[in-house]
Design a protein around this ligand. Structure first.
Ligand code: SF4
Length: 347
């Protein structure tokens, strides 16, 4: 199978007509200046130089602001640069991320003309009250309409949702996942809400009207969401924001994060918690006092079974007095496992 690479090009806030209360796009993208065709070309060239193009599936991704809401000439300028690399065969496709209310037939026609294959929509929540509370500027009806248009026009659809938004409950987040599943995305990203400097959310946080989720709460809800999407074969391509100088531990000097469940390995925490649940579920089903359990997984899953800083091993010992023995076997499919009780206290 070909290895997938993404060349990310961040197009900051300039396109967005909105001001979501959690967003300071300039901090998120780690880039305060406008993106130009020259800069985009340089980024692509530099990435290509560092990649082994043999057996690689390379995609250029315009992330950051709302790509299809930036001025048309700017979209054309950036897409033309990226499309050169699709035409010469160096790059396989292009993806953009945007707002649901910045999708229309002419926009989709333009994206198609330049070889865009994937469109990711920032959804955040399916609850219109929450969308209004965060000043999102669109409703969930816009998400439905845009998602259908994207699929019907032959693009791969992606969704981005958030957990821990102001006044959002666990039920809202589960419901958002259910609503998204109905719209048949190929992939989703799940982001925790972080309090970023110079945003309305920072004010709310300081005034005590917004309380962010803890890391444990974030892991608990993300675990359920990942499971729901995985059950429907929807790829969860990211859990948590990418760590950059600005999006990093609030104690770092350069960090723009004031508070919230930032963790550099949030995805691993979530996956490990899922493995822990699977192992404990197996143990609880048996009518014996388990002393040792042997878990065989694909090497790719090994770290997640052990857990971040061996958390699963320690928790199993502390809570159930069970020793976890890990075995790796390439023949076991990724995400699958053989869980066997190898010692009981009656042995
Ligand atoms: S729509 Fe996106 S870019 Fe615009 S303010 Fe909201 S989160 Fe930021």
């Amino acid at each position: 199978m070909k290895k997938q690479y993404i060349i990310p090009i961040f197009v900051p806030h300039l396109g967005c007509p909105n001001d979501c209360i959690f967003c300071n796009q300039k901090s998120i993208s780690g880039q305060k200046n406008e993106m130009t065709k020259e800069k985009a070309d340089k980024i692509i060239k530099n990435y290509l130089k560092s990649m082994n193009k043999e057996d690689a599936q390379i995609e250029i991704a315009f992330f950051g602001g709302s790509f299809t809401a930036i001025p048309e000439e700017k979209q054309e300028e950036l897409l033309q640069v990226a499309y050169q690399y699709v035409k010469n065969g160096d790059v396989e496709s292009i993806r953009v991320s945007t707002r649901p209310d910045a999708i229309s037939k002419p926009i989709l026609r333009r994206l198609k003309k330049y070889g865009v294959k994937t469109i990711e929509l920032g959804v955040q929540s399916a609850n219109d009250y929450i969308l209004k509370r965060i000043n999102r500027g669109h409703t969930f009806a816009d998400v439905k309409k845009a998602s259908k248009m994207i699929r019907w026009n032959g693009f791969r659809l992606g969704h981005q949702m958030m957990v821990g938004l102001p006044e959002s409950t666990r039920l809202d987040e589960i419901n958002t996942a259910k609503q998204l599943i109905k719209l048949k995305p190929k992939m989703v990203r799940i982001y925790p809400t972080l309090v970023i400097k110079n945003t309305k959310l920072e004010k709310d946080y300081e005034e005590g009207t917004y309380k962010p989720l803890s890391i444990v709460q974030t892991v608990e809800i993300c675990k359920d969401l990942v499971r729901m999407f995985a059950d429907k074969n929807i790829d969860v391509i990211r859990v948590g924001l990418q760590t950059t100088d600005e999006i990093s531990d609030p104690n770092n000097e350069k960090s723009e994060v004031v508070a919230g469940p930032f963790h550099p390995a949030l995805r691993q925490l979530v996956e490990s918690a899922m493995w822990y649940d699977a192992i404990v579920g197996k143990i609880k089903k048996l009518n014996v006092k388990v002393k040792e359990v042997e878990v065989t997984v694909n090497p790719i899953d090994a770290n997640n079974v052990i857990g971040h800083k061996k958390e699963n091993v320690l928790k199993l010992k502390d809570t159930y007095d069970v020793d976890l023995v890990l075995k790796q076997d390439k023949k076991v499919k990724q995400g699958k496992s053989k869980i066997e009780v190898t010692k009981t206290y009656t042995d």
